[in-house]
Structure formats: C-alpha cells, structure tokens
Design a protein around this ligand. Structure first.
Ligand code: AMP
Ligand code: TRP
Length: 330
C-alpha cells in the first residue's frame, strides 16, 4: 500500500518558539517514518506582513536549520522553501476564483492581524488562507499536523477541495488536520490568555529554540502565575496551567503526577525545575543548529533536493488542475 501523504508549513518570521516546537514540529518528526512527508518553510506567507529582505533570507535558512536540528530527516521527508516550487502560487490563483469573499472575511487570524496593523491591509493578507490551501492540496495531502490556531484555515482547505471536486470532478484529497491535544496551544508566558508567538513585542512572552540557558531560566522565573500559591491544574490558574503543559510536553510525565509532586513545594521550586527541563530539552537542538550553520553547503543541498522532490509532485497536480478548468495544454 502507498504511504499516506503529510504536508505542513511554518513561517520564517523569526526563530521558532517553544510553542512551534511543542505544538507542531515535534509532531512532524514523529510522522516521518509512517508517512510520505512534505515540510515547507513558507516564505511567501511571511511577506503578507512587512519584512526586511535580508532578515527574511536569514530567517528562512535559520528555520530550515532548526527543522533539521529538531529532527526532520531530509532522507525521509521533502524539506523545502515555498517560493522554490512555483506550483503553490499557481494553484492558489485557481483556488482564489472559487473562494467566497465572505469566507475569508470570517478568518479570525486575518481579523486579528488587520486590527493590529491598520496600515497593512494588503490583499495578500486577506487571501493568505487560499495559498495555504494550495500548499496542502497540490500534494493531495491526507494529513496536516498543525497547532490549534490553524483549525479555521484547515476548514477552508477542506471546503475548497470539496468545492473544486464538485465543480470539476474528483481531483483533490480532502485533507484532515492533525491537532494533538497535548501542547496544541502553548500560551504567552506574560499573558496566558494569548498564544505564545514569535511576533510578540514582549520578549519575555516567549522562549525561542535558540535562547541561552540563562535566558530560559530568567523568562520562566518571570512567567506570570497567580496569588493563590498552590500548584494545581485548572483554568483559573491559567499561567500555571500553561507551565504544567510545558513541563508535560518535555517529560511526558502525566500532569496529575507533576501536580502531586510539586503541590506543597511552591511556585519557585516548580519554576526552577521546569527551567532545567526546558534547558535540557532544547540544548540538543541548539547544538545541532550551531553545527548546521557552519555547514551552509549542506543546507543548500537539502533545500535544493527538497524542492526537486516537491516540484515533481506539485507540477503533476497542477497540470491536472489546469486541464480540468479548461486551460489549453502547452
Ligand atoms: P507559525 O509560526 O505561525 O508559522 O506556526 C507554525 C506551526 O506552529 C503551526 O502549526 C502553528 O499552529 C504552530 N504553533 C504556533 N504557535 C503555537 C503555540 N503557541 N502553541 C502551539 N502551536 C503553535
Ligand atoms: N498558516 C500557517 C501558520 O501560520 C503556516 C502554513 C502555511 C501552513 N501553509 C501551510 C501550515 C500548510 C500547514 C499547512 O502557522
């Protein structure tokens, strides 16, 4: 039997956070043996908000190296850069023509991003989810491992696959999101009501995969908790709940066991130990990253090979789509 297909993407909008790692990347790593995986650094999505070109170039390579450091194996998976495979944006145009404006208007990520920067209401930000659907559908992906925040975008991708199939005959696989319950939404360390994001203005809100051990310790020490003073896992103690989720993500120890072990030891001791758990969990990634960044030729080879593998599949699919919509074959 043919292996099922997995696709996922991450934006090169900065160094990845612990949230990206726990919510998405470590799941990508797990899927590599069982599935035919395509993992993509989505630089075309990144330019929907203003970018400094030289930083975008650097961040794209950084993220690529981080994915390798976190365990993506280019022998098993196609690891590539979105702008290297033109078929994504070509399919995106076709999908744009079957997407309803109303659907895009309801996208919470668009609403949030446009609220944050009124002066940047560009059309790309609006049609961002259509390009994301194209990323997925062009490979006929069965499964898409993402964090909770991408659920609505995944609904659109499913919708567009079905609409295209209904209008032009069966073409696309309708993809399923794969959202793991544990760690699907790691929250800001400074405001446990919003998600941990690399675009947060407050650098204490997130831990980056490349943060130094002392930065990690300092950020965890400052993480917002509450004045109740007893370690427990509930929504009232949202800050603590988030810290417990992070502890669980790195150690796999069940939450109730962590709680009962620390119940009477106080927040200070728990935070101290948590910081060490994170430092230990991230240090192999940082070390591997440092090594890879000294081997730029290898990085280049990885993304070139990845693009070749991806392009082969994507081009085949694009031809099929063009034929179905009535474009003349060249
Ligand atoms: P992005 O950085 O927005 O490109 O996100 C890349 C992947 O990480 C997506 O699958 C997101 O759903 C996931 N992700 C981003 N932030 C978090 C978070 N705070 N907690 C869990 N998953 C996240
Ligand atoms: N929109 C996703 C995010 O912000 C990134 C992304 C782009 C993606 N294309 C994708 C994720 C396709 C999964 C599948 O996180």
């Amino acid at each position: 039997m043919e292996k099922k297909i997995v696709f996922s993407g991450v934006q090169p909008s900065g160094v990845l956070t612990m949230g990206n790692y726990i919510g998405a990347i470590r799941n990508w790593v797990e899927l590599q043996d069982e599935y035919n995986c395509f993992y993509c650094v989505v630089d075309q999505h990144a330019i929907t908000v203003p970018q400094i070109p030289k930083d975008l170039r650097k961040n794209t390579l950084d993220v690529l190296a981080l994915l390798l450091a976190a365990g993506i194996d280019p022998k098993k998976s196609a690891l590539f850069i979105q702008s290297h495979v033109a078929a994504h944006s070509e399919l995106s145009w076709v999908l744009n023509t079957i997407t309803y404006m109303g659907q895009l208007n309801r996208m919470t990520q668009f609403k949030e991003k446009s609220r944050r920067s009124e002066e940047n209401l560009n059309a790309g930000l609006f049609t961002y989810p259509v390009l994301m659907a194209a990323d997925i559908l062009i490979y006929n992906a069965d499964l898409v491992p993402v964090g909770e925040d991408q659920k609505q975008h995944m609904e659109l991708a499913r919708d567009l696959a079905e609409r295209f199939n209904n209008r032009y005959s069966d073409t696309f696989t309708v993809p399923d999101p794969l959202i793991k319950k544990a760690g699907a939404r790691i929250m800001s360390l400074q405001d446990p009501t919003s998600k941990m994001s690399k675009s947060d203005k407050d650098t204490n809100a997130y831990i980056l995969l490349l943060d130094k051990p002392d930065d990690i310790r300092r950020k965890i020490k400052r993480a917002v908790t509450d004045s109740i003073g007893v370690i427990a896992y509930n929504d009232e103690q949202a800050g603590l709940k988030n810290l417990l989720n992070i502890y669980n993500a790195f150690t796999n120890e069940p939450i109730d066991e962590i709680v009962s072990r620390y119940e009477n030891l106080g927040y200070g001791k728990f935070k101290e130990d948590l910081a060490e758990v994170i430092v230990e969990g991230l240090s192999p990634i940082r070390e591997k990253y440092d090594y890879l960044m000294k081997n730029k030729d290898y990085l280049e080879e990885v993304y070139r090979e990845g693009a070749k593998k991806a392009e082969y599949q994507a081009e085949k699919m694009l031809r099929k789509v063009y034929r179905k919509v009535g474009f003349v074959q060249r």
